[in-house]
Design a protein around this ligand. Sequence first.
Ligand code: G1P
Length: 317
Amino acid sequence: MIVPHTTDTPAPTPTVRKAVVPAAGLGTRFLPATKATPKEMLPVVDKPAIQYVVEEAAAAGLDDVLMVTGRHKRAIEDHFDHAFELEQALAAKGDAVRLDAVRDPARLANIHHIRQGEPLGLGHAVLCARRHVGDQPFAVLLGDDLIDPRETLLSTMLDVRERYAGSVIALMEVPREQIHLYGCAAVEPTEEEGVVRVTGLVEKPSPETAPSTYAVIGRYVLDPAVFDVLDRTAPGRGGEIQLTDALQTLATDGTVHGVVFEGLRYDTGDKADYLRTVVRLACARPDLGPEFTTWLKGFVAELEGREGAGRGRGLAA
Ligand code: G1P
């Protein structure tokens, strides 16, 4: 039965269905690997990093994903499309496992692509999604932040949006000396453990001026009100239109909440963290994990042996 909406009954909260994935960065931290390949396509074990992000969105029930790309759009587009010749060749060989692996990306969600045109910042990338998103709340997932597939952060954020309305950001406590790498949130507690009210936001503050050690990590559930604010947000840090600045404006109205995440998150845009991500996720894989873990333990023992020998020599000297 459809209950008509009247002024006496509150409008039902729309369910979030759309995800926006900004993927226009140049990936300069990974040159030369990213000279001709988008950084989002770098493999983490045997899938490109961006596939984990789309899988995360799909696992949280989001069936519409908009990629906001820049140059190198082609490889991302092809990855989430069908590959007929490859599929036919694998089908002819009867290789069902690889056939599934090739087909999976295109089956995860309805994937759309638009171009950002000019690299004017994350806020601008989100604004580019306005026409596609329309007047509905939506999620934003940043490709460099990989949340461990065993975590349920995005679902928790969608649940918080249903209950608190407004916008919801993901926060993680980091050592103060690292806060300059992130957006930083001033917060106050709510009645609920793990959910905070965001009272202010600042993009990449110095450790001395940061209002807290709560870093914004790359998951957002945004109210469509953010588009009007972004539209009038002037370029901020680095001369770019910052999503953090638009959220700061919304936070002053008390409509931004934060979910404090304590789980596993990897920054695949950072070389050392990228390597850690590959090792951790390889160890967790049922097909590769046991053999790889055995090798890894041996390798660590070898390293420790060398270190021990080094120390021994040091003592003797
Ligand atoms: C962006 C955001 C920043 C956020 C970070 C999370 O920065 O602007 O607020 O903390 O993502 O990864 P970027 O890392 O793209 O410079």
